[in-house]
Design a protein. Structure first.
Length: 269
């Protein structure tokens, strides 16, 4: 790793950690503030209100955060490119930042689940693991009693999820950075509208021709990506297939982001 790449990665990671810290600070404020607001309204503070507030899914929160913050492309590009950092170095530093930040977010979310949520719900470590998203879908693949193997696989699985979300944010952010403000506004309006129109068309089509519309092929393909093995009994979901799928999607998003990253230019305004 070159000195410029190391310094750029360190700078970007520090900036993203600051944003993540602000998000977690807002969560702490919410944990304290919601029970207080509830007390003012109901004039009583119950332990259940506090417990419900503490039971936050940090994994979901972090997934949203890393996707959003990685869409912010231009400001750091402008700063770094004016300080002698090439587009290639900037892109590589962002990818390394996504990987490192995803790992940190994964550890924090997992630690919060087992150190806060699990004790609050009076569950054992095993029971707490079984309530994870990964365990509910893929916990039987390596055997429910193989807790160590399942725990490590869960960490890797969620790490890949966050990396995929981060790189997807990079790809979208790189594309949007090339658009003018007016075009971005049009896209923000057009995409939801077109999505709603397409959904309405699809629902209408199914309602009019229920016997002629078949999603069996699509369902099988999605099941394959999710790791469905086709077994009628026993183990039915294999976590390795979605992990490979996430790696492929991450590679595609990385390729898209690097292509548009090389087309970024400094704007006059």
């Amino acid at each position: 790793m070159s000195a410029k790449l190391k310094l750029t990665t360190r700078y970007l990671l520090r900036e993203q950690l600051k944003i993540l810290g602000y998000v977690y600070l807002m969560i702490v404020v919410s944990i304290v503030g919601i029970p207080l607001v509830s007390t003012l309204i109901t004039r009583q503070l119950t332990s259940q209100t506090i417990l419900n507030t503490l039971q936050i899914n940090l994994g979901f929160t972090f997934g949203c955060v890393i996707f959003i913050i990685m869409t912010f492309t231009y400001d750091n590009f402008k700063l770094l490119i004016q300080n002698g950092i090439s587009r290639r170095t900037y892109w590589r530093a962002r990818v390394l930042t996504v990987i490192a930040l995803s790992f940190i977010g994964d550890l924090v979310a997992t630690s919060y689940h087992f150190l806060v949520n699990t004790p609050l719900q009076h569950r054992t470590f095993t029971s707490g693991f079984n309530h994870l998203f990964y365990a509910q879908l893929y916990g039987d693949f390596f055997g429910r009693h193989n807790l160590a193997g399942n725990f490590i696989t869960n960490l890797i699985f969620m790490w890949l999820v966050f990396i995929m979300l981060g790189l997807s944010g990079m790809a979208i952010g790189s594309i949007f950075s090339l658009l003018t403000k007016s075009v971005r506004r049009i896209v923000f309006i057009a995409v939801p509208v077109l999505g709603f129109v397409f959904l309405a068309f699809l629902v209408n089509l199914i309602a009019r021709f229920p016997s002629q519309v078949s999603f069996e092929g699509t369902a099988k393909f999605l099941g394959f990506l999710a790791g469905y093995t086709g077994q009628s009994t026993g183990v039915t979901l294999n976590p390795l297939m979605p992990m490979v799928t996430m790696l492929v999607i991450s590679a595609m998003m990385g390729a898209i982001s690097t292509y548009f990253n090389h087309k970024l230019k400094l704007k006059n305004a």
